[in-house]
Design a protein around this ligand. Structure first.
Ligand code: NAD
Length: 238
């Protein structure tokens, strides 16, 4: 049996699938990842991207932070691809319990997924750092330079920057879903951003699936490794 057939069989027999994904899930929607050859980290900027999207840089140089963030990290026109759509369908059909994502693009929700645990936040939520007023992505995009609240405060995206901690409640919920999962599918992530990447170690089952374009640190432990583009692969297992 080939890998796709094996995965199809496991999926048809399960009602407790959990998906753990990263930036590679959205590259087929036109959003670049960080670590592929054409990803953000291989492009040249005045500062390395890890520096620009860190908490200290945001505080010291919000103008440059926002120039980069708006230019390279916001893709308001992006649409869900087959991977997002199939995951949403599995949830609707009672097969998938949760999508745990490192992505900040909101495409799983746009595809119809309900239980989405956003480990690194979302570009769709933005708050005034002074009065906490909420702003949508469209509002941020319509403001020139550093977005400011009507009260004068700087607006910060609800995105976890480097040097910032993850939400404890989301982490605990993710651990619980992974610990109790029948099938854990890891897709489109280099698994190098911690603590998010460490969550997959809580899986206790015997159907650990990795779907990725390049090798990952979990390939050796996986029960099934499918190499390729996740959208193309998911469209074959719908
Ligand atoms: P990463 O860039 O480190 O790794 C992406 C991985 O996905 C790579 O291993 C790459 O080979 C693989 N990949 C790329 N396209 C693929 C495809 N079509 N099918 C299968 N695999 C594919 O991304 P990461 O591990 O998620 O970590 C980077 C951090 O950057 C995350 O924390 C995330 O918050 C953030 N990020 C988010 C977005 C987004 O929201 N769409 C985009 C870029 C980065």
């Amino acid at each position: 049996m080939n890998e796709i057939e094996q995965l199809k069989q496991w999926i048809s027999a399960s009602d407790n699938i959990v998906f753990f994904g990263g930036a590679g899930v959205s590259t087929e929607s036109g959003i670049p990842d960080f670590r592929s050859v054409d990803g953000l980290y291989n492009q040249t900027y005045a500062y390395p991207p890890e520096t620009i999207i860190s908490h200290s840089f945001y505080q010291q140089n919000p103008k440059e932070f926002y120039r980069f963030y708006k230019d390279r990290m916001l893709f308001p026109e992006a649409k869900p691809n087959a991977a997002h759509r199939v995951l949403a369908k599995w949830e609707e059909n009672g097969k998938l319990r949760a999508v745990i994502t490192q992505n900040i693009d909101g495409l799983h929700q746009a595809a119809g997924s309900k239980e989405v645990l956003e480990l690194h936040g979302s570009v769709h939520r933005n708050y005034c750092t002074h009065c906490k007023k909420f702003y949508s992505l469209q509002e941020i995009l319509s403001m020139e330079g550093v977005p400011r609240c009507s009260c004068g405060g700087i607006i910060k995206p609800d995105v976890v920057l480097y040097e910032e901690g993850l939400d404890d409640h989301i982490l605990q919920k993710s651990v619980s879903y992974i610990r109790h999962a029948d099938i854990l599918i890891i897709g489109g992530t280099s698994l190098v951003v911690y603590p998010a990447a460490g969550l997959v170690n809580y899986y206790q089952g015997d159907k650990l699936v990795v779907i990725n374009k390049s090798v990952t640190p979990m390939d050796g432990q996986a029960d099934l490794v499918i190499s390729g583009k996740i959208g193309e692969i998911f469209s074959q297992i719908e």
